[in-house]
Design a protein around this ligand. Structure first.
Ligand code: AMP
Length: 305
């Protein structure tokens, strides 16, 4: 049996509710248009907490003026059905003015992990993400919050914020949920034409092939410099393959985790190279739709939860 969650739309009501809560709170922040990826986060929250909170807020400060804020899918009725099915207790669905009232002028910024990849191409994006998530954390005051590794850089930026600001919140990264053909689930997949949809799984195929090639390079290279050169060559080739299949690649990079350094700037011995946790991340346009995906190397060595 499913029970409907309580829907809260104002900050005042959420604060009043929070004062009454006793028990462990789990939190899943989203922009709505929920799919099985979000549902997986909600199930984990339900499993690990007594009270499960979902926020649905299409956060204007993480979109740049040229991005898709106005046409971002909004499907609240269906989202509430998913929330009910996944045992959510509270849905917080504020309007932009609730979160950013007139005169709002305080922002929080992470200044290292947020710089490469999406940070280099989406000006102000992570500043918008950290600001809204910190505000939501203050309002919901969860013990644990769940984020998808589909947005790996976002997860590492938020983990850094939690660490740097000493927030008593555990952030847990949940592996990317995919369609059977490998395409990462995303609210933006609805923008794809049927032809683009057929091409889209190529992204993950290329990432998997790169992962195999790079793992091999890590094991067999004598030095970081040699590994770095070989990896660079693989990335260039993979980029060409994608461009030839009709993608416009924005970035395809390999970064050492958890600090997001390029391999060459790491002072690693050959024996450390072989099992260094790393991320291969890519953003590419298919027509007008921007898709991101990534693959982790040696994720077990990271503290994702
Ligand atoms: P969004 O609504 O796109 O901002 O995403 C809300 C949360 O769901 C973020 O933590 C995302 O990383 C996560 N998420 C989105 N897509 C997926 C997916 N395919 N697998 C796992 N988590 C996801």
């Amino acid at each position: 049996m499913t029970t409907s969650p309580k829907v809260i739309t104002t900050v005042a009501e959420l604060k009043a509710w929070r004062k009454t809560v006793v028990g462990r709170v789990g939190f899943v922040p989203t922009m709505g248009a929920l799919h099985e990826g979000h549902a997986t986060l909600l199930r984990e929250s339900r499993k690990q907490s007594e009270i499960s909170v979902l926020s649905i807020f299409v956060n204007p400060t993480q979109f740049s003026p040229s991005e898709d804020l106005a046409k971002y899918p909004r499907t609240l009725e269906r989202d509430l059905e998913v929330a009910a099915r996944e045992g959510v207790d509270i849905v917080f669905a504020p309007t932009p003015i609730e979160i950013y009232p007139p005169g709002f002028s305080t922002y929080v910024e992470e200044t290292a992990v947020s710089l490469p990849l999406c940070g280099a191409f989406r000006s102000g994006h992570f500043r918008g993400v950290t600001t809204v998530v910190l505000k939501l954390f203050h309002l919901v005051r969860p013990e644990v919050a769940f984020f998808g590794l589909k947005d790996a850089q976002q997860f590492f930026v938020l983990s850094k914020m939690v660490k740097d600001l000493e927030l008593d919140i555990r952030v847990q990264g949940i592996p990317t949920v995919r369609e059977t053909d490998g395409l990462a689930l995303s609210s933006r997949n609805v923008y794809l034409s049927s032809e683009e949809r057929k091409k889209a799984p190529r992204l993950y195929q290329v990432l998997q092939a790169l992962k195999d090639a790079i793992s091999q390079i890590q094991v067999s290279s004598q030095s970081t410099t040699q590994a770095s050169q070989k990896i660079q060559k693989e990335l260039t080739q993979a980029k060409r393959v994608l461009e030839d299949s009709g993608f416009r690649v924005q970035y395809l990079d390999y970064l050492v985790l958890p600090d997001f350094q390029l391999l060459l700037s790491q002072n690693l011995s050959p024996s450390q190279l072989g099992d260094q946790p790393a991320l291969i991340a890519l953003a590419a346009y298919l027509g007008n739709t921007r898709l991101i995906d990534n693959i982790l190397i040696h994720p077990k060595k990271l503290n994702l939860d």
